[in-house]
Design a protein around this ligand. Sequence first.
Ligand SMILES: Cc1ncc(COP(=O)(O)O)c(C=O)c1O
Length: 459
Amino acid sequence: MARSDAPTKILLHESEIPTHWHNIVPDLPEPPPPVLHPGTGQPIGPADLAPLFPMALILQEVSQEPRIEIPDQVRDIYRLLRPTPLYRARRLEQALGTPAHVYYKYEGVSPAGSHKPNTAVAQAYYNNFECIERPATETGAGQWGSALAIACAFFGLECTVYMVKASYFQKPYRKSMIQAYGAQIYPSPSDQTAAGRRMLAEQPDSPGSLGIAISEAVEDAATHDDAHYSLGSVLNHVLLHQTVIGQEAMRQMEIAGEYPDVVIGCVGGGSNFAGLAFPFVGERLRTGRSTRILAAEPEACPSLTKGRYAYDFGDTVGLTPLVKMHTLGHTFIPPAIHAGGLRYHGDAPLLCQLVNAGIVEAVAHLQNRVFEAAVQFARTEGILPAPESAHAIRSAIDEALAARETDERRVILFNLSGHGHFDMSAYDAYFAGQLEDYAYPAQAIEESLKHLPAVATST
Ligand SMILES: Cc1ncc(COP(=O)(O)O)c(C=O)c1O
C-alpha cells in the first residue's frame, strides 16, 4: 500500500538509464508473420531492405534476441532527456473522487516534446555509423520530424522531412522548430516526388496523410544515393528503441511500491504504446500476471477497433513491403482531426499481433471527449498534453471512473507521450466548439478495404 507521504514524482538517476532495449519477439506466443515483398508477395530478407535502412537497424528488425545493447554514444545522448519522470496523478485522482491510483510516465520532457527522440537518436546514430548522409522521413504531428531533426543535428547529418499538409498549416511553429534544427521540410503531398505530384494532380487540396508522406520519404530515399529512409513508428526496431520507457517505468513503479493493474497508451503507429507496454506485456506473458494492456485510438481513424487484420502496404502509393496489421486500407485518408500523429491507416505489426491474440485490448475515442480529458488533466496536473497523448488520458480517466463505480483501488499507468505546446490551434478549436466528433463510417472503411493487395497468406 502506497503511503500518503509517498512522492508525487519518482525520479531515477542517469545511471539507471536502461543499458539494453527489450525485444518483445521472444516473449510472443507465436513468431511474427513474415514481411512480404510488394512485387512478388514472397517473404523478404535483410538484403531487400538494404537500400532503405542501415543494416544494423534491419538486423534489429528481425532479431530474436531478448535484449539488445544500447550503444554508448546513444546512451550518452539519452542523458539529455532520460530518465523521464513518473508522476502519481494525485490531484487528478482527487478531482475524480476515485480510489484508483493513477500514474503517468511523462515523455514530454525531451527537447522535441515527446517520446520520439528515443528512436530518433538511435536511428541517426546507426545512419551515421554506416556513413549515410541524409535520413528522409515523414511527420504527422511534427513531433517525429522535430525529433529526427534534433538527432541529425547531434550527429552532423542532413535531414529531409515531409510533413502532412494538414499539420504543416495547423502547426506552423513545428515547421519553424524543424528548420531551426537544420532540416529541410516540405508540406506533403509535395511537388518534390512523383508520389506527391500524382496525389496533387488527383486532389490539389489534399490534407495529406501519414501514408502519403511515407510514400514521399521512401521514394526520396530510394532514388537518392546519399539518403536512407527513417520511420518514426510502426517498425519493430522503432518499437524496440522505445522500450526504455517501460523499463524505467517498471523500476519507478517498484519504487512506488505498486504494480499496474492496467497499462495504457495512445496509438498512432504504436511506438509510444509499445515503449511503455511491451516490458509489461513481456512480464505478463512470462509470468502469467493478469495486467490489462489497453490501446487508445481515435474514432476518426479506428484501425485497431474497426480495421481488418490483413496484409497491406505501409504507405498510400504501395512502395513499402507488405506487413500484416490492422488496417483501414492503405488508400484510406483520415479526416484532418487534431491528433495528427494518430492519422495512420495501419498500426505496428507487433502490436496488431498482440491485439489479434487478445493480449492487448483496444478502445476508440471521439475527439471532444479526448479534449475534455486533456483540459481536466491540464487543470489538475498542470501539464498541457498533446492531443495524441490525451487519448491515453481519456482512457485512464475512464478506468479511474470505473474504479470509482466498483470502489476498487485499481492501479492505472499511462504514457503521457508528449506536451501540446505546439497544438494550441487544436485547443482553440475545442474552446470555440468547432471540433467535430467524427466516427469514420463503416461503409467508407469497407470501400477502402476493397483496395487491399491480394496476398495468398492474408486472412
Ligand atoms: C505526442 C505523440 N504521441 C503519440 C504519437 C503517435 O505515434 P506512436 O503511436 O508511434 O507513438 C505521436 C505521433 O506523432 C505524438 O506526437
